[in-house]
Design a protein around this ligand. Structure first.
Ligand SMILES: Nc1ncnc2c1ncn2[C@@H]1O[C@H](COP(=O)(O)OP(=O)(O)OP(=O)(O)O)[C@@H](O)[C@H]1O
Length: 355
């Protein structure tokens, strides 16, 4: 689908359109742009007001800007990520969803420091994922990010107990052994297991734990070195829905009580009900996101609102929902009108090629 050039999230999500008038000033091949209503002086004033706004991603713990990842297999190029933008603020808990092959795992591997983008920029907690040398990359993987994979065997050492699994990343972080350090590491392991409600299982090996318990130990392992970001790839993929829900509780604990920013890749449809922000990836780009907000009224009653937004990328492109375009018969070219507080898109009603 082609992407019209400008659009507000409100508009794309079905908000009202305003009535701007005036002639077309042209706007590339695909859109007629009208902006007389607001006027150039007003536009200049708004641009100046925004000039001091933060640099892209400045206040984010994860900042991906136009990230491209191209794989070459059998001399065929696959563009797994096609200019993906994503900002995640410190303390967020987000889910990444998308069809199979949309690029979720590719993105997660890049954020985990296991793969490097072909182009673009990506930073996590201030670390430049394209510019790290081997030593920095190792430190990044040990200290800045923690991971939880779908396969429990990938998360835990089978011959170590739960507590020993949690202390292992701390031992690997490089400090020399001392009795004091060993005691502190053991105390931290028990603290983490306790926070996740499984300290009573500290002495068991993975084979003596259920799938859900193993994943909670895996979350404690991921948190061992107090990383800025925890990344999880389908962490509930092998679990029934009740256990999956308890794993989301564990991620919420890690997020709220232990301060980690959490990114979970999932196919699980119930995930939107579990997190505040769900970002959808389509064809290697972030395409839309759902934000949920729970409000409590003066009687203590809770209500949850949910709204879907489409993503506006750094070059001003948006990907409009296919069904919206189909409903209004929009294709190829649309008229774009700038009003006081929104941008309206209208189907090209001139017919033919418009020339
Ligand atoms: N190492 C690789 N070599 C070649 N192509 C790859 C490689 N890794 C991924 N791809 C391709 O990149 C695209 C994105 O794959 P990716 O695994 O990121 O998707 P995904 O959204 O995680 O899918 P799923 O939900 O099925 O895991 C796919 O077309 C895939 O075939």
């Amino acid at each position: 689908m082609t992407a019209p050039e400008q659009e507000t999230p409100d508009q794309a999500a079905g908000g009202t359109t305003g009535g701007s008038t005036g002639g077309s000033t042209g706007g590339g091949t695909a859109a007629a742009v009208r902006r007389e209503d607001v006027g150039l002086d007003e536009l200049r004033r708004r641009a100046e007001a925004k000039r001091d706004k933060a640099v892209y991603g400045q206040d984010s713990v994860i900042a991906c800007d136009q990230v491209v990842r191209i794989f070459t297999a059998d001399r065929v190029e696959v563009q797994a990520l096609q200019g993906l933008d994503l900002l995640v603020r410190k303390g967020d808990l987000i889910a990444l969803v998308g069809a199979s092959g949309s690029g979720k795992s590719t993105l997660l591997n890049i954020l985990a420091g296991l793969d490097t983008p072909t182009a673009g920029t990506a930073t996590v907690a201030g670390c430049d994922l394209l510019g790290m040398n081997a030593k920095e990359r190792l430190r990044y993987r040990r200290e800045v990010v923690g991971f939880v994979w779908q396969q429990t065997a990938r998360n835990l050492m089978p011959f170590l107990t739960a507590a020993q699994n949690v202390t292992l990343p701390m031992q690997l972080s490089g400090e020399r052994w001392s009795a004091g350090r060993a005691a502190r590491r053991s105390a931290r392991a028990h603290e983490l297991l306790d926070a996740l409600g499984i300290d009573h299982l500290a002495g068991r090996r993975p084979a003596q734990l259920s799938g859900g318990e193993q994943q909670r130990v895996a979350i404690a392992v991921a948190m061992a070195n107090n990383p800025s970001v925890v990344l999880a790839d389908e962490p509930t993929g092998e679990l029934d829905s009740e256990t999956a829900s308890s794993i989301f509780d564990a991620f919420r604990t890690v997020n709220r009580e232990l301060g980690a920013t959490v990114v979970i890749v999932t196919h699980d449809p119930m995930v939107a009900g579990e997190v505040r922000r769900t970002v959808a990836i389509r064809d290697g780009r972030t395409s839309s996101e759902v934000l949920r907000e729970t409000l409590t009224d003066e009687h203590g009653r809770e209500s949850t609102t949910e709204r879907e937004y489409v993503m506006l990328d750094r070059t001003g492109r948006v990907q409009l929902p296919r069904e919206f375009l189909a409903a209004l018969g929009m294709e190829h070219r649309v008229a774009v009108d700038l009003a006081e507080d929104h941008i309206a898109l209208r189907a090209d009603d001139r017919g033919g090629d418009g020339s």
